[in-house]
Design a protein around this ligand. Structure first.
Ligand code: ADP
Length: 182
């Protein structure tokens, strides 16, 4: 069983790694950012409600995010496990996830550790709507204040990895760390 949460600041490479890891581990990659962007692209009601928040770099309210994740985790393909990317992003969402899993524990929480200066440079090169410098700074503030407390919350499951290096090399680091965990 592979139930893994990926945590790290914006631009740490979680999405890239989650795509590779999903293929290697045979479990779905669930990115709340991707789910929100799909809603926005499809012009759904949820998409219309969250667009301005996402463009400004704030967090979507927990009740919206949690409900979207609850629906996704009910899909059949998550039975064998999942890689959560971008969720939980605060301790309220983590409490929700614990309840949603009904007493089944996560196997690991992987922290992608990287300097803020490095991620600002990477994100500026990416060119997404929410990747302008002031929005990036705001997202980093939100990460520090809201998301970083999860590292304490998940202390007993936490695997911290250096997120700087070649893509394949980092995938290898994650896989071997998960293997060591058993
Ligand atoms: P990144 O990994 O670059 O920070 P994401 O694609 O994960 O970007 O998320 C983009 C945006 O979507 C966030 O800045 C936030 O507005 C919203 N979002 C994603 N996940 C969550 C979440 N778990 N809770 C609240 N908002 C979220």
């Amino acid at each position: 069983m592979t139930r893994v949460v990926l945590v790290g600041p914006p631009g740490a490479g979680k999405g890239t790694q989650a795509t590779a890891l999903s293929r290697r581990l045979g479990v779905p990659h669930i990115s709340t950012g991707d789910l929100f962007r799909a809603h926005i692209a499809n012009g759904t009601e949820l998409g219309l409600r969250v667009k301005a928040i996402i463009d400004s770099g704030g967090l979507v309210p927990d009740e919206i995010t949690n409900e979207m994740v609850r629906v996704r985790l009910a899909d059949e393909d998550t039975r064998a496990g999942f890689l959560l990317d971008g969720f939980p992003r605060n301790t309220g969402q983590a409490d929700f996830l614990r309840d949603a899993l009904g007493g089944v524990d996560l196997d690991a929480v992987v922290e992608f550790k990287i300097d803020e200066d490095v991620v600002v440079g990477r994100l500026l090169g990416r060119g997404r709507v929410d990747d302008s410098e002031d929005v990036i700074r705001h997202r980093l503030d939100v990460y520090r204040k809201e998301t970083a407390p999860l590292l304490e919350y998940y202390a007993d499951k936490l695997i911290t990895l250096d997120a700087v290096g070649e893509v394949d090399e980092i995938t290898g680091r994650v896989l071997s760390a998960l293997r060591d965990r058993g």
